[in-house]
Design a protein around this ligand. Structure first.
Ligand SMILES: *[C@@H]1O[C@H](CO)[C@@H](O)[C@H](O)[C@H]1NC(C)=O
Ligand SMILES: *[C@@H]1O[C@H](CO)[C@@H](O)[C@H](O)[C@H]1NC(C)=O
Ligand SMILES: *[C@@H]1O[C@H](CO)[C@@H](O)[C@H](O)[C@H]1NC(C)=O
Ligand SMILES: *[C@@H]1O[C@H](CO)[C@@H](O)[C@H](O)[C@H]1NC(C)=O
Length: 300
């Protein structure tokens, strides 16, 4: 009997379906299952947030308090079904009150608590700015309704130009969905993050939320169908991309295709191997950054 209980507990812990109500902020211990081999990316520092919604963990984000936006979000891809849920935006009470219930909470109409406003981005920051709310972990990479709804938290969002969010970046999310749903046979781990401006930070109005110059994303699917079509040969077990979030950026990292439709021009996404992404991250952050354990090589 004791064995049975231990097994059930182990399963619950493993699937992340159980709330221990501890350290949702400041520590990834409770949500390591969203990282390949339980190994969060190395190199970036920030405030870990285990993204909890209705008492279950749904993904993990490394949050930057000074930027009031995430460095990255990490999640497990599941083949989507159904429609995008309504955008009901949420915040993370524990960033404001360490003792608070760790579940993300919807913004209610009316005045937002001042400690919440101080500690993170709020809806007012994005309203009437020239940026949209860009999901790092997108709703469209999830099957279950709660996984989808849980992505609508401002701790998973960065200021993203509409030409990127509704254009090349969205096409990337759709392409990754097609590739993984067709050829990934086991779990697919995705990490999506940002690269800040190199010289001078840009901010949303009010100087509260930092704007990224680029978005990046990488997946790791160690167990895949090896009969891949020629155009997908390089894309397993891991592949990556960097997308422009500023038309005026120089073209060393991501060149601009001048033939793209005007509304999306300058927001190109460049696909690349994981090692190339990590090379750009190293050069921009000035530190070694490893996204997946052993580059998702699958070796033990
Ligand atoms: C946004 O702009 C509109 C029109 O200029 C204005 O009426 C509204 O109050 C603004 N909202 C916020 C939150 O700034
Ligand atoms: C994601 O992939 C699934 C399975 O291939 C497909 O049914 C669905 O339409 C795709 N969704 C998007 C938004 O591309
Ligand atoms: C792998 O892909 C091939 C060709 O696309 C397909 O015929 C086969 O059924 C797939 N195998 C699995 C295990 O999904
Ligand atoms: C890009 O440059 C144009 C022209 O100089 C300027 O109006 C625009 O604000 C710049 N965009 C960004 C995102 O800095």
């Amino acid at each position: 009997m004791a064995h049975f209980h231990a097994l059930v507990l182990a399963l619950l812990v493993f699937t992340g379906g159980w709330c221990h109500c501890r350290a949702d902020v400041g520590d990834f211990t409770a949500c390591l299952q969203f990282f390949y081999k339980f190994w969060p990316p190395k190199g970036l520092s920030g405030t870990p947030v285990c993204q909890r919604y209705y008492d279950q963990y749904h993904f993990a984000s490394l949050y930057s308090r000074p930027r009031r936006s995430p460095w990255f979000s990490a999640y497990l891809y599941t083949t989507p079904r159904g429609k995008r849920p309504p955008s009901s935006w949420k915040f993370e009470p524990q960033l404001a009150y360490p003792e608070a219930d760790g579940n993300m909470m919807p913004f209610l109409p009316g005045v937002v608590d001042q400690n919440v406003v101080e500690s993170q981005a709020v809806e007012q920051d994005y309203i009437n700015s020239s940026y949209t709310r860009g999901h790092l972990n997108p709703s469209l990479h999830h099957q279950h309704h709660k996984d989808r709804s849980s992505t609508f938290t401002l701790t998973n969002v960065v200021p993203q130009k509409v030409g990127s969010n509704d254009g090349p970046w969205e096409f990337l999310e759709q392409a990754v969905n097609k590739t993984l749903s067709a050829y990934c046979l086991g779990e697919a781990f995705i990490v999506t993050g940002i690269i800040p401006y190199q010289k001078e930070e840009r901010w949303l109005k009010n100087h509260r939320v930092a704007v990224p110059e680029y978005l990046w994303s990488a997946y790791c699917c160690p167990n895949y169908n090896s009969s891949l079509p020629a155009e997908l040969k390089e894309t397993f077990p891991t592949y990556a991309a960097i997308g422009r979030n500023d038309r005026n950026s120089t073209e060393e990292i991501v060149p601009v295709d001048e033939t793209t439709k005007k509304q999306f021009r300058g927001y190109d996404v460049r696909l690349m191997p994981l090692a190339t992404l990590e090379m750009y991250l190293r050069s921009r952050f000035g530190i070694d950054i490893s996204i997946f354990y052993l580059q998702c090589s699958g070796s033990e």
